[in-house]
Design a protein around this ligand. Structure first.
Ligand SMILES: C[S@@+](CC[C@H](N)C(=O)[O-])C[C@H]1O[C@@H](n2cnc3c(N)ncnc32)[C@H](O)[C@@H]1O
Length: 220
C-alpha cells in the first residue's frame, strides 16, 4: 500500500507518493469545515437531516474526514461519529487535539463524540436510539476514476483495501430500528441509479437531488 502514518514533531500525518506534502487534518481556518452558511434552512445537508432548529442526537456512521459531521455540529446538534479505518481515526483524533488552539473549532468539535468502530457491529450493541442516522458510504471504487480534491484522494487511498463500500440491506434495516426520525444515505447520483436496479432494495421515502450527489431518506 502506498501510504504510511508518520510523526512530525508531536503531530500525525499521512505520507504518500501521491501527495507533495504529508496530509494532516486541520479544522481551524479550513474552508472544507468552515464553508459559509448564509441560509442554514437552504443547506441540502440540513434539509436532509430534517433540521428545523430543534436539538438532535445524530449518528454519523461514516465519519470519513468529519466534514459532514462538522457542518451538522455547527448547528449545535450532538453527533456520534464512527470511523472504522484506524489511520483515519488517528488522523482525526490528532486534528481534534490540535484544534484546541482555535476556540471556534474546538467549540464545534466538543459537540462530536468520535469512536473507532465499524458501525453495523457497533449499532447492534448500542442501547441509545438516535434521532437521525446519517451514512455516506464511499463511492463504488470503479465509479470515480479521478477525484480532484486531495481530501477525496486520501479517503480513496485508505479505503482501497476495504472490501465493502456498500450498505447492506441488513445494515439499513438495523439503522431504521435504531433511529426515531430518519436514516439519510448520501450517494452519488450514479450509485443512486444502481441502487434502483437492485431488486430487493426499498426505494427511499424521499430523495433530495443535487448536481452530483443525492440524499436518500428512509423513515422508520
Ligand atoms: C465517503 S467517506 C465519508 C466522508 C464524510 N461524510 C465526510 O464528510 O468527511 C466514507 C468513510 O466511512 C468509513 N466507513 C465506511 N463504512 C463504514 C462502516 N461500516 N463503519 C464505519 N466506518 C465506515 C470509511 O472508512 C470512510 O472513511
Amino acid at each position: 500500500m502506498n501510504f504510511k502514518l508518520v510523526k512530525i514533531g508531536q503531530d500525525l500525518a499521512l505520507e504518500s507518493s501521491l501527495f507533495k506534502k504529508p496530509f494532516q487534518i486541520q479544522f481551524a481556518g479550513n474552508r472544507n469545515y468552515w464553508k459559509p452558511l448564509p441560509k442554514k434552512q437552504n443547506e441540502p445537508l440540513f434539509k436532509a437531516i430534517g433540521f428545523k432548529g430543534q436539538p438532535l442526537n445524530i449518528l454519523d456512521g461514516t465519519a470519513g474526514l468529519l466534514e459532514d459531521s462538522f457542518q451538522m455540529a455547527r448547528l449545535g446538534v450532538r453527533i456520534t461519529a464512527l470511523e472504522r479505518h484506524l489511520i483515519l481515526f488517528q488522523l482525526l483524533q490528532d486534528g481534534i487535539r490540535r484544534s484546541i488552539q482555535d476556540k471556534e473549532s474546538s467549540d464545534v468539535l466538543k459537540q462530536i463524540r468520535l469512536i473507532h468502530a465499524e458501525t453495523e457491529a457497533w449499532l447492534k450493541n448500542e442501547k441509545d436510539i438516535f434521532d437521525v442516522i446519517y451514512l455516506d458510504p464511499m463511492f463504488l471504487l470503479d465509479e470515480v476514476k479521478a477525484l480532484p480534491k486531495k481530501e477525496n484522494q486520501v479517503l480513496r487511498l485508505l479505503n482501497e483495501s476495504e472490501k465493502s463500500q456498500w450498505i447492506s440491506l441488513d445494515f439499513l434495516n438495523l439503522a431504521l430500528k435504531k433511529c426515531k426520525h430518519r436514516v439519510v444515505i448520501k450517494r452519488s447520483i450514479h450509485t443512486g441509479q444502481i441502487r434502483n436496479e437492485i431488486a430487493d432494495w426499498p426505494l427511499p421515502d424521499q430523495v433530495l437531488k443535487l448536481r452530483s450527489v443525492q440524499f436518500e431518506i428512509y423513515f422508520p
